[in-house]
Design a binder for this molecule. Structure first.
Ligand SMILES: [Zn+2]
Length: 338
């Protein structure tokens, strides 16, 4: 008999990153940002990469934190000694690249809805707006950025089954976890951890290379969260969602118990052979029903299908718990809290 073919999900192509690359920005002077240097601006903001001449009133109208920072600054020019063309100069600690995206957003709130050249550019802009909107208390920016990011991750089993978020590059999975932690946007976390937990352990521990060559890492705590969650997912797979295969129970209406059981063992052996060791498939849909039906009776296949579907739905409800995040309801409520 020809061996059953099981279509197993492939691992993402990952390269563990064990080099620590540090970039020294101190050697280069920040330059004027061509689009964010307004001749009629009223304050100069400096960052590691860029300087910006922008309008205090515009920034302060969006952000209580900018308003607070600017309230005691002198108005107009006349500060020749400041080295900022006479404008007051405010040094900022945030990365210049993020500040470019954030200031662009403050001047044009529709900028995140534009067509980006690729997903990398889009996520860089959206995550920068989320991070800095949180720090500078721009509620609308945070809301807009989260609305876009939530389209990139699955928060329901239906979205997960439809493939949502499956093509998100691995370095972005790690960045999403980091930004979600930083900004308290925990609803992004269950899916991101679920994706991480399917990676080879060297990638979970050693980090992932991003396209610019800089590696991105999970925090120590999140490495542990991911590895512990992986163990729980393997448990859920064996005992709940794929239990019909690992621990089949007799089906009352079964017409040929011995043959059914033999076919289950064959399919299980094939699954174990084809799936990378330790890779949890807890929420993946079993797809080899036709192969199972080659040896199992109809009653068994029908019962297993129903059990599998029901168990996946039930298990999805506890996905946040698997990664120490409580319930979906709690995550949804906590979203956007300042
Ligand atoms: Zn049967």
């Amino acid at each position: 008999m020809q061996g059953p073919r099981l279509r197993q999900p492939k691992r993402p192509r990952l390269e563990p990153e064990d080099r620590r690359v540090s970039v020294d920005h101190s050697a280069t002077q920040p330059c004027r940002h061509p689009a964010l240097w307004f001749e009629d601006g009223s304050v100069i903001l400096t960052t590691d990469t860029h300087t910006f001449c922008v309008h205090k009133t515009i920034l302060a109208s969006h952000s209580p934190r900018f308003a607070e920072m600017f309230k005691d600054l002198p108005t107009g020019r006349g500060m020749r000694e400041s080295g900022g063309d006479g404008y007051p100069v405010v040094p900022l600690s945030e990365p210049g690249r993020d500040m470019v995206n954030f200031l662009r957003y403050l001047y044009d709130p529709f900028i995140l809805e534009q067509r980006f050249p690729d997903v990398e550019q889009m996520l860089l802009a959206v995550v920068a707006v989320l991070r800095l909107s949180t720090r500078y208390k721009v509620r609308r920016g945070r809301h807009t950025a989260m609305k876009i990011l939530k389209q990139e991750v699955a928060t329901s089993l239906e979205e997960y089954a439809s493939g949502r978020g499956q093509n998100l590059p691995p370095h972005w999975i790690i960045r999403l976890i980091r930004v979600a932690r930083e900004c308290g946007e925990q609803e992004l976390l269950p899916f991101a951890f679920l994706q991480c937990s399917g990676w080879p352990i060297p990638c979970i521990i050693g980090g992932i290379s991003s396209p610019n060559g800089n590696p991105v890492y999970l925090s120590d705590q999140d490495r542990a969260t991911c590895l512990l969650g992986r163990e729980k997912l393997l448990d859920v797979e064996r005992k709940e969602t794929w239990a019909f295969l690992y621990n089949p129970q007799p089906v009352e209406a079964c017409t040929k118990a011995k043959a059914c059981r033999a076919q289950l063992f064959t399919v299980l052996a094939d699954k174990l052979r084809d799936t990378p060791a330790g890779m949890p498939l807890a929420f993946k849909e079993f797809e080899a029903w036709d192969i199972l039906a080659q040896g199992c009776c109809k009653s068994c296949v029908t019962k297993f299908k129903a059990d599998h579907e029901q168990a996946r739905k039930a298990a999805w409800q506890k996905l946040p718990w698997i990664f120490g995040l409580g319930t979906w309801e709690e995550l949804s409520k906590s979203q956007g809290e300042d």
